[in-house]
Design a protein around this ligand. Structure first.
Ligand SMILES: Nc1nc2c(ncn2[C@@H]2O[C@H](COP(=O)(O)OP(=O)(O)OP(=O)(O)O)[C@@H](O)[C@H]2O)c(=O)[nH]1
Ligand SMILES: [Mg+2]
Length: 447
């Protein structure tokens, strides 16, 4: 009302101003448009917006679930082919168990901020048929239904959290609690506001208002002798439609169960992907090290800056090919060369070449006896940069979907990986040990 009133008086003032200067209608229309635009901006201002991906997330279908199961099977097979030591049987059994769950009570998680009335609702619902309740901050994968409790408007953080749960195909009821604390007209307003906040992804009938533990009402008794006494009358919980809705869900448990199965399969996929990346990472490291020594030896033998860079680029391209092969994301030689060159440029831009060369020089000067040896500095630098590039590439490859690897590189992600790898090696005296290792190798070889 305050904003409306201010807006109206401002508009009237503007109208008088315009009449004074005698502006034509066209300009007036422009002013009007600006005012309407401003008003719309104000209305939409702090509404979190859905990304297209979020909008597109439709309810889980049986077909999707079947597809997820097939993908999980493929991943188990992939890991079994790549890792001879891996026994697929336990994972396959686990997948079967997820696919055919044993019937039992449905799981419900009651969540919400501190003091919103979670325990009160849990007590009021206790004994409800077919459900098991728990109070928790976030739902588990096995949860069939989330009751998200709020005692007022939805905060942006709560909104985002609910979005995340929805992304994980959680079934959600948004519950406005303690409604006995609000006078009648305000209750409906609050409920409508909540329904608007989640409009588009939570149907209005999944937003409910309750009072699980309404405050007792004070009752005055006028006694025959003229005296007055007061008693506190406890109030029964007002759960509205909620018990009915829960009972209906027990009879239509299938779609709730799909969500549980989907989440469990995704979690299993995560485990398998971790193992797969572990396995591949173990085999990637010797590859990186091999190229690292080659780059070091080349730069050591030809300690000319420009030549080094060219030589390490060629070496890196070959390393890209090998690593991509290992992660089943085959590159063409052309792609590998472009990628290696781009990584080299990126390293220069990030200042990594200079910084690392200086740091390595400092370590070498601490032991002046061997510092004189040929292109030692260049050799160690080349080894270091090759290692960084290799590690960044492996980190990037490991993030891709192993079943549907992309055909192009995401440069932004790759550059982030490069920066992470750089900062990791700059920390905790790692570089000193590395310098010692490469030096003894290079000097040993030449000797
Ligand atoms: N007026 C009113 N008070 C309520 C209602 N439900 C719960 N309360 C009160 O709100 C306070 C917190 O309730 P709890 O159920 O303990 O809330 P909670 O979310 O479990 O709290 P924590 O677990 O500590 O985060 C208690 O004093 C309850 O009596 C309600 O419907 N109406
Ligand atoms: Mg509690």
């Amino acid at each position: 009302m305050l904003i409306g009133g201010l807006g109206l008086s401002f508009a009237l003032w503007g109208w008088w101003q315009l009449q004074d200067v005698g502006l034509d209608l066209e300009t007036l229309g422009l002013w009007g448009l600006m005012a309407v635009g401003g008003g719309m901006w104000w209305l939409r201002r702090d509404r979190p917006q859905l990304t297209p991906e979020e909008k597109g997330r439709s309810p889980l279908t049986l077909a999707q679930l079947t597809q997820t199961q097939a993908q999980t099977e493929q991943l188990i097979t992939l890991l079994a082919t790549e890792s001879p030591n891996f026994d697929p049987a336990p994972h396959q059994t686990q997948l079967q168990t997820i696919a055919q769950p044993t019937p039992g009570p449905l799981q419900m998680t009651i969540t919400g901020g501190a003091w919103v009335g979670k325990t009160a609702l849990l007590r009021a619902l206790a004994g409800g048929d077919g459900w098991q309740y728990q109070e928790a901050e976030t739902p588990r994968d096995q949860t069939h239904l989330v009751l998200a409790l709020v005692d007022g408007d939805l905060t942006a953080a709560a909104w985002r959290q609910m979005q995340q749960w929805r992304q994980a195909h959680h079934q959600i009821f948004l519950i406005l609690t303690k409604q006995d604390q609000h006078p009648e007209p305000q209750r409906q307003l609050l409920l409508d506001t909540l329904r608007q906040r989640v409009a588009g992804w939570l149907p209005p009938d999944q937003v409910l208002a309750i009072a699980a533990a309404p405050r007792p009402i004070t009752v005055r008794h006028h006694l025959t002798d003229g005296s007055i006494t007061e008693t506190q009358e406890p109030q029964a919980p007002q759960l509205g439609d909620l018990p009915n809705r829960l009972a209906t869900l027990v009879d239509h448990r299938e779609s709730l169960t799909w969500g549980v199965q989907w989440r469990q399969m995704i979690a299993l996929q995560g485990e398998i992907k971790t193992q797969l990346n572990q396995e591949r990472g173990d085999r990637a490291l010797p590859i990186i090290e091999c190229y690292q020594w080659v780059a070091a030896a080349a730069a050591f033998a030809n300690p000319v800056a420009a030549l080094d860079l060219l030589a390490s680029l060629a070496i890196n391209a070959q390393m890209f090919l090998d690593l991509a092969q290992l992660y089943r994301q085959p590159l063409s030689l052309n792609q590998a060369q472009t990628a290696a060159e781009a990584m080299g440029e990126l390293l220069l831009k990030l200042g990594a070449v200079e910084v690392s060369t200086q740091a390595i020089a400092t370590f070498l000067k601490a032991t002046p006896l061997t510092y004189a040896a040929g292109g030692l500095l260049q050799g160690i630098s080349a080894a270091y940069l090759t290692r960084i590039v290799g590690l960044a590439l492996v980190a990037h490859l490991a993030q891709q979907d192993p079943l549907h690897p992309p055909t192009t590189f995401n440069w932004e992600k790759l550059s982030q990986g490069l920066q992470t790898a750089l900062s990791q090696t700059q920390a905790a005296g790692w570089l000193g040990g590395f310098v010692q290792e490469v030096r003894s190798r290079l000097v040993g070889q030449s000797a």
